[in-house]
Design a protein around this ligand. Sequence first.
Ligand SMILES: Cc1ncc(C[n+]2csc(CCOP(=O)(O)OP(=O)(O)O)c2C)c(N)n1
Length: 480
Amino acid sequence: MVCTSGSALLNYYPAVAEAFYSDIPLVVISADRPSRMIDIGDGQTIRQENVFKNHSLYNANLVDGIEFEAKNSKLISKALKTATFKKGPVHINVPFDEPLYETVDLIPAKDITIDNQVSTYEMTHSFEYFGEKWNACSKKIILIGANYPNQKLQKQLIELAKDGSVLIFTESTSNLFDDKFINSIDKLIAPLSDAEFLDLKPEMLLTLGGMVISKKIKQFFRKHKPKHHLHVDEKNMQNTFHCLKFHFEMTPTSFFDGFLQHTKPVISSYQKRWLSVKENRNVKHIQFLKEVEFSDLKVVDLVLKSIPDQAQLHLANSSIVRYAQLFDNNPSIKTFCNRGTSGIDGSTSTAIGAAHINNKQTVFVTGDISFFYDSNALWNKYVKNDFRIILINNGGGGIFRILPEPSTTNALDYFETPHNLSAKHLCEMYQFQYESAVNEEELLQQLKIFFNDGKHPKILEIFTPNKINDKVLKNYFKNF
Ligand SMILES: Cc1ncc(C[n+]2csc(CCOP(=O)(O)OP(=O)(O)O)c2C)c(N)n1
């Protein structure tokens, strides 16, 4: 990302923080004035050096002047290497003295070599040691957070799932699929009694991937701490449940390359028992959704079923990302969400950026507050014609009606931020094709043709009744 000096740079902060917590290589290059021009009353100047210090991996503060070329080259090289190999945001601040325009016709390009730095990590214990511990447990859970689609990892996990003592928990953003995986964590655990939770409690927990969406699973592991918690990640040591014992600083696939050679199946009824609970929940889920009235839950069901195969699906940090966890994902669809900091400020921008380099269709599903908050994202000449936005407009931040705290206090108005806006005029302004639906019949009609080719990108705005959405969701969980 490249910008001029001043507050332009500060506008990048949410994206920098997201990249920091989502391990996304991101290079920010900002123009600046020489340090002697800062804080003396000159225009459009702020303190830019190290401005992202708390959420960046490296800050290259270049120095103005041709005599510093070698020094600046080194700083730039280090910044690019860090972003690429340590996977995160870096900031290159570039001060310029006046005259600022038409000073150079050609920038002499220099090769900046980025050699592949393979980190050498030494394990304190061997795979054999962990294999023995693993084989001694009859209840094991592998929990996977946000994960980039990875066929090899999927195969390794399918192999592990052949062991009756292993349960594999995934989320929509894990992008991993198998019938034996428990892909809908909240649906499984939300209705459990204390005794059932104790029954589910594993002796060993292995976690992989980034942020976990399910709050319920976090509460569960924090309350019922497993004896051993192992985390595999080449970079981060997330002690999410306050009981982490070992961190393997490597990719999950290289971990399993070594680890699987030392594991053997253990006789246990653990997996069978919980997969039958999963089956049972799915039967009730289908029954409930057949009869449920028009609501956010029903809309999510119909929308997710209609997304074309192979599409890339982006979810906003609205309640959609939580609702999506309750449904089976289409394995041909890759699912993403900005869960590094879970901001509502940039989901549309992210989806549009991702669509630009995706040769398949990109579909973005969002709530209204997230959508209107980031509507500047539509002001962009690179929006592809096959890009589709599904906007579930429930007239405010519906998520706050679902959470018990705001909905039982007088704070709901401030949390929910009710409004009567519609995306219709934005569509006219930014030349999106606008469609809408206010009931199930209209929605089904629209979904049949919404993903077809068109001359413009399209938005389908679905109006849902905000007063019943939370009750529907409560009844859904009661149904189990
Ligand atoms: C930048 C930022 N500000 C505030 C929040 C807190 N927040 C989380 S969800 C939400 C409301 C989302 O509303 P909407 O997009 O309409 O989705 P709904 O909950 O109705 O599905 C807010 C304000 C946030 N996550 N990020």
